[in-house]
Design a protein around this ligand. Structure first.
Ligand SMILES: [Zn+2]
Length: 455
């Protein structure tokens, strides 16, 4: 009996020791957790306070920066425009020799970026421009969110001096939306602000949703339901007077342009861009100008790029054209960085060659054609570029409606593609077999440009 009792007692004491230990362990764990929770809370409060202090510091710095600007000196902005993804300025200022090495900066006291410019000095008078090319300058896609001012920074007696630029143009604020990337956009408001009565040029940049009526890229499939452009026969025959081929299929340039445009829209949308077509079907008719014409939709939708798609012909009957290949028409005073990438990629994915045409050629695949007044010959380049490209359809020509953006400084960068000669039977076949190859070439050319450092 006694033995049994001892055994039971032993077991009970073992169990109670175990229970006490178990409870203590639990309690310790609970205490540890509580401590951990409390530490977490303190760390959180600390981080929050640090953020508040930093934000406050930046705000004070920013406000005192506006106060530190020397408003006794002014520079002048005499020209500015937004063409495509770039913003360009021309201007002047006077500065005596006690001020050293002026630079153009975007600054807010916390962050500063030097803006490239071409500066000319004549005694105390300076003149500047941000780029000699209309499609270079300040790349609006590359700016960080925040509030900045465009200022001239100079030095006197080892001290930094900032002074503002005054608007001497008739143009006012510009609102720019960056290209859609990963489904997000930034709004860049370029505004003529005032600080204590003084004028200065501000850049306010923040994340935003793209408004419904704003697009990244406009595509114009050349011609429309009323205007076929060139009509050709699949076997090289000449169509009859009614524009019909009797022994083979009939092809209208307007339809081929539309097929490539649809394929291009698809390629660009797959890359995340928001794309507007100037017509939605092969039968649609589109005015040239007016509110949403072929030459105005790009600006009505704040598009950054306008791609006009065409196919060429030599008007040599019988499909016997010996000219072949694609031509990309670009505006004057343009850098060819993007055009060259189109040439490379259309050649590769369209399995096409650069045009054999010599007239208006500036380099392989790249063409420039001007009217006698020096403006681009093609309205799809001239009119979509506003003041950057010398647009002039103001309504005084009664043949057309007015282009509401002819005098605008906030416009799209235009390219006109002649993707091949459809009166060359071999080339017609290549285009009909592979419209999406040409489209992919244009889309990948643009994407390569936007993702490179050259822009
Ligand atoms: Zn055409």
């Amino acid at each position: 009996m006694c033995k049994v009792n001892t055994k039971i007692l032993d077991k009970i004491s073992l169990l109670s020791t175990f229970l006490v230990k178990w409870y203590k362990g639990k309690f310790d764990l609970y205490e540890k957790k509580r401590k951990k929770k409390r530490t977490k809370k303190y760390i959180f409060i600390l981080i929050f306070l640090i953020i508040i202090i930093i934000a406050f510091y930046y705000f004070i710095n920013y406000k005192s920066f506006l106060g530190k600007i020397n408003y006794d000196i002014n520079g002048n902005i005499t020209y500015y425009d937004r063409y495509g993804i770039h913003l360009n300025f021309k201007g002047n200022f006077k500065l005596d020799d006690s001020y050293e090495s002026p630079t153009l900066v975007l600054s807010n006291g916390n962050f500063e970026r030097i803006i490239d410019w071409k500066l000319n000095k004549n005694k105390n008078e300076y003149s500047f421009e941000t780029s000699e090319f209309i499609n270079k300058g300040i790349n609006l896609e590359s700016l960080e969110s925040g509030d900045y001012y465009l200022l001239i920074k100079t030095h006197k007696n080892d001290e930094d001096i900032y002074f503002p630029l005054i608007n001497k143009t008739k143009y006012e604020d510009i609102t720019y939306y960056t290209l859609s990337q990963n489904g997000s956009n930034k709004k860049v408001s370029i505004t003529w602000d005032r600080f204590e009565g003084h004028e200065l040029l501000a850049f306010h940049i923040k994340n935003t949703d793209l408004p419904d009526d704003v697009y990244d890229i406009t595509i114009d499939p050349g011609h429309d339901g009323n205007d076929a452009g060139m009509i050709v026969c699949g076997n090289g025959d000449v169509p009859n007077r009614n524009g019909k081929c009797l022994k083979s299929d009939t092809y209208k340039e307007s339809d081929i342009n539309f097929d490539v445009a649809l394929a291009l829209k698809d390629e660009l949308e797959k890359m995340g861009y928001k794309v507007k077509l100037t017509r939605d079907s092969k039968e649609d008719t589109v005015p040239t100008y007016g509110e949403m014409g072929s030459g105005t939709t790009a600006n009505a939708t704040k598009s950054k790029f306008n791609f006009a798609l065409h196919h060429n012909s030599t008007n040599i009957p019988g499909g016997m054209s010996t000219t072949y290949g694609f031509e990309i028409y670009v505006a004057g005073d343009s850098s060819f960085d993007l055009a060259r990438l189109f040439v490379k990629n259309i050649g590769k994915y369209g399995k096409a060659s650069v045009s054999t045409k010599k007239e208006f050629k500036v380099e392989d695949g790249i063409y420039q054609r001007f009217s006698s007044d020096g403006t681009p010959y093609y309205y799809m380049i001239r009119e979509v570029g506003g003041i950057a490209t010398g647009a002039y359809q103001d309504g005084s020509n009664t043949t057309y409606d007015a282009n509401p953006y002819y005098d605008s400084n906030d416009t799209a960068e235009g390219y006109l593609f002649e993707l091949g000669y459809i009166d060359n039977v071999k080339e017609l076949r290549n285009i009909l077999d592979n419209p999406s190859g040409y489209a992919r070439g244009i889309a990948l050319g643009l994407n390569e440009y936007l993702n490179s450092d050259i822009k």
